[in-house]
Design a protein around this ligand. Structure first.
Ligand SMILES: Cc1cc2nc3c(=O)[nH]c(=O)nc-3n(C[C@H](O)[C@H](O)[C@H](O)COP(=O)(O)OP(=O)(O)OC[C@H]3O[C@@H](n4cnc5c(N)ncnc54)[C@H](O)[C@@H]3O)c2cc1C
Length: 443
């Protein structure tokens, strides 16, 4: 392929959510982006594929969004795929325990006012918390709302203990929230980001806490991207990644592709993860200090399981599983062709069990499902698939949060995007989309 010099205003590395968002916002600024993706897929970690045995489409891991995902929804709106995501009316999560107990968080406010009031009313009705625990939880929420909690360089656990949250509240309420939104354990993750999550999502106004669940494979959310991009004068190159950035005198000059092609450009947005960026940065004196910062970044795993059972599952889209290895279960479709069911299970920050065999994990989680849902008591597991993403997201501990890299770099013309960059958010779809917007705003 030959590309005319200066045809494109900016080269974007990676067609994950950050790269797609950077392209959308570059176009919004009247620029023509060239997006270069090393694989044959777009969407990055948010992608889906066909399970070879069943022929069903499954995701690289179940993804959920919240009403506060403004930047991510902007991207879906541009691509016309917002309708492929189902919005809950208000945050509603059933809880299931393996000993048969059940509960329901129904964060319904008054009229359409579901925000903090709905959340407070929802927590008040939970039966697995005592009145004393509810009071302590509300007092913490109240202090948060008034900006009275000072996270400093604490971990979320240190903050919770300093706010007199009991071990039981931490185990039953805060740990599931932290695992789901930050993919880390309370004793690992930054209290600063934890507070941001609570303020934006759980105590944010309007629909901020409402869950949005994709009704299609994740790749389908981004499927119109290539055509949309090309209509706007941009271009997507796939299956041919960046081999090396060309940097002279701390200025970006262009990029070398894996097939040997060279493309000149004065502006490049890198929207690839830190472990990929280290591989493409040449070892100049400036990038050496960058490389050591990138190498210091830690990751946290997510284990995703897909279980096919021989009978229908109760009519629920999502459930939190308590006091078990499984953390969340999602029903992938309520109408399987033969009366069977397909469930997606999620285990965030599963460092303790990631070394178990996939077979062990599948059977252990299937047992938990049978215990939590009596309807599945003697259900047969027909087929299973376990996906272990060891580097699912960066682990944002207090040190990492203080050292997160900004969109600008010491290399003129090189900007950074990606869920791991300094967006002030946990490493999520929203952080990725926001990072692309921030980088494009600096072009
Ligand atoms: C199992 C799992 C479950 C998750 N669940 C949720 C969830 O429920 N909600 C949520 O908000 N977030 C969730 N996340 C996080 C979310 O997927 C990520 O935050 C987001 O997708 C990151 O997007 P990104 O564009 O920053 O990076 P990536 O998705 O990693 O995209 C980077 C892209 O760059 C490409 N690339 C790499 N090297 C090169 C190169 N040299 N040249 C060209 N291209 C290159 C890669 O192939 C990739 O396509 C989950 C993640 C995982 C793994």
């Amino acid at each position: 392929m030959s590309l005319k010099k200066e045809t494109y205003d900016v080269i974007i590395l990676g067609a994950g959510v950050a790269g797609i968002s950077a392209a959308v916002h570059s176009i919004g600024r009247g620029l023509r982006p060239l997006v270069i993706e090393s694989t044959a897929n777009i969407g990055g970690r948010a992608r889906s594929f066909e399970d070879r045995v069943s022929g069903d489409i499954i995701d690289n891991g179940q993804h959920v969004m919240m009403g506060c995902y403004e930047s991510f929804f902007h991207v879906l709106t541009k691509l016309g795929t917002m309708k492929r995501v189902k919005k809950q009316e208000f945050l509603s999560i059933p809880f299931y325990f393996p000993d048969g107990r059940r509960d329901l968080l129904h964060a319904k406010g008054i009229g359409n006012m579901h925000g903090p009031l709905g959340m407070a009313l929802g927590f008040m009705k939970l039966s697995f918390l005592s009145w004393k625990e509810k009071r302590s939880l509300l007092y913490f929420a109240f202090r948060l709302k008034l900006g009275m909690c000072k996270p400093g360089s604490m971990t979320a656990m240190e903050l919770l203990l300093s706010e007199s949250q009991s071990k039981r509240i931490i185990d039953l309420v805060w740990t599931p929230v932290i695992l789901a939104t930050m993919n880390g354990k309370p004793e690992e993750v930054s209290a600063k980001i934890f507070i941001t999550v609570l303020r934006l999502a759980f105590f944010g106004s309007g629909d901020a806490s409402t869950l949005y669940i994709p009704q299609c494979g994740l790749s389908e959310l981004f499927e119109p991207f290539q055509e949309w991009l090309e209509k706007q004068g941009g271009l997507l190159i796939q299956s041919n990644g960046i081999d090396r950035l060309h940097i002279v005198d701390d200025r970006i000059k262009g990029v070398y592709l894996q097939d040997g092609m060279y493309i000149e450009s004065k502006q490049v947005i890198s929207a690839i993860p830190p472990h990929s960026l280290v591989k493409v940065l040449p070892e100049t004196s400036i990038s050496l200090s960058y490389i050591s910062q990138l190498n210091a970044i830690q990751y946290s795993p997510i284990i995703s399981l897909y279980l096919w059972f021989d009978r229908p599952f109760p009519a629920i889209d999502i459930a939190a599983i308590m006091e078990a290895s499984t953390q969340w279960v999602f029903q992938k479709t309520t109408k399987m062709r033969d009366g069977s069911s397909l469930l997606a299970l999620t285990i965030s920050a599963g460092n303790d069990i990631i070394h178990s065999s996939t077979e062990e994990l599948a059977h252990a989680c299937a047992t938990e499902i049978r215990l939590c849902f009596p309807e599945m008591n003697d259900a047969q597991l027909l087929h299973w698939k376990v996906i272990k993403e060891r580097m699912a997201t960066v682990l944002i501990d207090p040190d990492t949060e203080n050292a997160r890299l900004n969109s600008t770099t010491p290399i003129t013309g090189l900007l950074l995007a990606g869920d791991w960059t300094n967006t002030g958010l946990p490493a999520t779809l929203e952080s990725a989309a926001l990072s692309g917007k921030l980088a494009a705003s600096l072009l």
